[in-house]
Write a protein that binds this ligand. Structure first.
Ligand SMILES: [Fe+2]
Length: 281
């Protein structure tokens, strides 16, 4: 077993690719080829439409006939899984009913990571809860647009298929990633795993923060470093799509099929963007 630290360098391929994808105001193609199902206002009906799409695509993009109330939003979520409580003290002003996070753009660009979901910053690609064990990670991230804000083309929610990223990795890089985990996680909770015969990643782009890792095999420091660089390069150069938010749009992401992130936004105090989020497991 080996331990080490991965630190991003300016020269890494993914740094320029990330800038291009998330911070250059690019308008991305919509997820699922822009195919949008519509659903009425009943939670059970919406859940039926969403479940069919999740089975087929690992994501769902649904146009609602009307915004769901918080009660109906939670009732919809209950068809897919158990809502995870929002416990972070920093986000409590934005939480309703203990489980709904109101993502409202309130801040200009900030270095405070706990405020970044509510700021103009782009959000680097990640699997939700990558720092937790697989059993503690949400399976679905649900986002419903209450108000797209003054500039709907900004702050696109970005989806990148894990299967595409996996395909771009060499067999050697895949093998190393399936033997490497975050240092604080228990044995077996590796960055690359298999679920129902599919490759699944539990990984976040830490940006400028260091990633402390443990390798459960005997791969060299250099081999782990190269594999993580290849993973990051793959994440930022592979089939990204972006949600163009509009009122009543509901997007559900299966956390075992897609990495997600967000392009940079523009805060408009007079007309902020407002998404509602549930995390389900
Ligand atoms: Fe996220």
């Amino acid at each position: 077993m080996r331990t080490g630290v991965f630190a991003e360098k300016e020269s890494h391929v993914h740094v320029a690719s990330r800038q291009l994808l998330l911070d250059s105001s690019e308008t991305l193609p919509e997820p699922l080829g822009g195919v949008v199902a519509t659903a009425g206002g009943k939670p059970g009906e919406v859940a039926g439409v969403v479940q069919a799409s999740l089975r087929q695509h690992g994501a769902a993009v649904v146009e609602l006939e009307g915004i769901l109330s918080d009660d109906d939003f939670r009732a919809f979520g209950a068809h897919l899984g158990n809502a995870m409580p929002e416990t972070d003290p920093a986000v409590q002003p934005f939480v309703t009913d203990g489980v709904i996070l109101n993502l409202v753009t309130r801040h200009a660009h900030t270095a405070d990571t706990s405020l970044q979901p509510f700021a103009e910053n782009s959000l680097s690609l990640h699997a939700e809860g990558s720092g937790r064990t697989a059993g503690q990670q949400p399976r679905y991230i649900v986002l419903m647009c209450q108000d797209p804000g003054a500039d709907p083309a900004s702050a696109q929610t970005v989806l990148v298929p894990m299967s595409d990223v996996h395909q771009r990795l060499s067999p050697e890089h895949r093998a190393v990633l399936s033997r490497t985990r975050y240092a604080h996680l228990p044995a077996g909770e590796t960055i690359l795993r298999e679920l129902d015969g599919r490759p699944v990643f539990a990984f976040r782009d830490f940006l400028h923060d260091k990633l402390e890792w443990v390798n459960e095999g005997d791969d060299s420091d250099d081999a782990v470093d190269q594999a993580l660089q290849a993973l990051l390069a793959g994440m930022y150069t592979t089939g990204a799509t972006g949600v163009h938010w509009r009122r009543g749009l509901l997007v559900v992401i299966d956390n075992t099929y897609f990495f997600h992130g967000r392009t940079a936004g523009v805060s408009s105090p007079a007309h902020p963007r407002h998404l509602k989020r549930l995390r389900l497991h």
